[in-house]
Design a protein around this ligand. Structure first.
Ligand SMILES: NC(=O)c1ccc[n+]([C@@H]2O[C@H](COP(=O)([O-])OP(=O)(O)OC[C@H]3O[C@@H](n4cnc5c(N)ncnc54)[C@H](OP(=O)(O)O)[C@@H]3O)[C@@H](O)[C@H]2O)c1
Length: 262
């Protein structure tokens, strides 16, 4: 038996795979993969691949299901004969019931990770099904802890957390890109703007976590009365940035519910 199997090593699966290899908790020999694409096989040629989903699931202790929700139901094409395999799903929207419909009555853990797991800065939400013993849950949780922060969350909130962690990198990249574009428009070179904007995001995130100030206090600290920051903030407020973000998050959650029905 291999310690851990990856059903799909696309953008998210590969971030977890490479993150845990970089962390040193698993070696390449501990890992088994199934992914149909030849390009992916070439990219991960130092790892052992198997010929199909069934062989993978039947030969690993922990199976990380990292396929798109759209192809999830294709996994039903096999009768899986599993020993003690624990199924860990990162598939957006797919519930324990959906997982049971594929793998039968097993131990399931749902996880919502994000791609910074690749560099050890992941933010992962994990939910515990009552059927899963603590020792199994803690083992899986500790895997994700090697690639960033992990928070327990109620299983029925796994879709609601997606904009806050799973999708958040995309929103922040979008945000960062807009600021960098503005700097470039004003004549600042792209690399300089990229470094300063990125470090401003890292520093601000650390201020939220490491100081005991509220987010409102932190905002106030940057906005001197009648100062430049405040003028910019007024434009965001006048354009209902808060409402736009709220709607974006709701649309993301709504889509997760739609994906669960595919
Ligand atoms: N991307 C994120 O930031 C993120 C964050 C949190 C959760 N997730 C979840 O992670 C899952 C994967 O998302 P992704 O962004 O990583 O997508 P992706 O890049 O498309 O990766 C999916 C991988 O699965 C492979 N695949 C297709 N059919 C397969 C099969 N039958 N068995 C095994 N592998 C198969 C694909 O190979 P081909 O290239 O050959 O199609 C691809 O490499 C989704 O369910 C998503 O909800 C993603």
């Amino acid at each position: 038996m291999y310690k851990i199997g990856f059903l799909g090593v696309g953008k998210m699966g590969s971030s977890i795979l490479l993150g845990i290899i970089n962390s040193g908790i698993y070696k390449k020999d501990d890992i088994l993969i199934y992914n149909p694409s030849e390009i992916v096989k070439e990219k991960f040629k130092e790892y052992r691949f198997v010929e199909n989903e069934k062989v993978l699931a039947e030969n690993v202790e922990i199976l990380i299901v990292a396929v798109k929700p759209q192809i999830f139901n294709d996994l039903k094409k096999y009768e899986y004969s599993l020993q003690n395999t624990v199924i860990v799903s990162i598939v957006a929207g797919k519930t324990i019931k959906d997982l049971e419909s594929v793998f039968g009555n097993r131990l399931f853990i749902r996880v919502m990770p994000n791609t910074p797991a690749l560099i050890g800065y992941g933010a992962t939400a994990i939910s515990k099904d009552p059927a899963v013993p603590d020792c199994v849950f803690n083992k899986v949780k500790s895997i994700f802890e090697t690639v960033g922060k992990v928070k327990d969350i109620d299983d029925n909130l796994m879709n609601e957390i997606i904009p806050t962690n799973g999708s958040m990198p995309a929103y922040l990249y979008y945000f960062a890109k807009s600021f960098i574009e503005n700097a470039v428009k004003h004549g600042i070179d792209y690399e300089t703007a990229k470094i300063l904007a990125s470090d401003a995001i890292i520093g601000s995130a650390k201020m939220i976590i490491e100081t005991d100030k509220s987010i409102d206090e932190l905002i106030k600290d940057v906005c001197s009365p009648k100062g430049a920051t405040l003028e910019g903030l007024k434009v965001l407020e006048d354009n209902n940035m808060n409402k736009i973000i709220d709607e974006a998050c709701d649309a993301c959650i709504q889509r997760a519910y739609e994906l669960s029905k595919l």
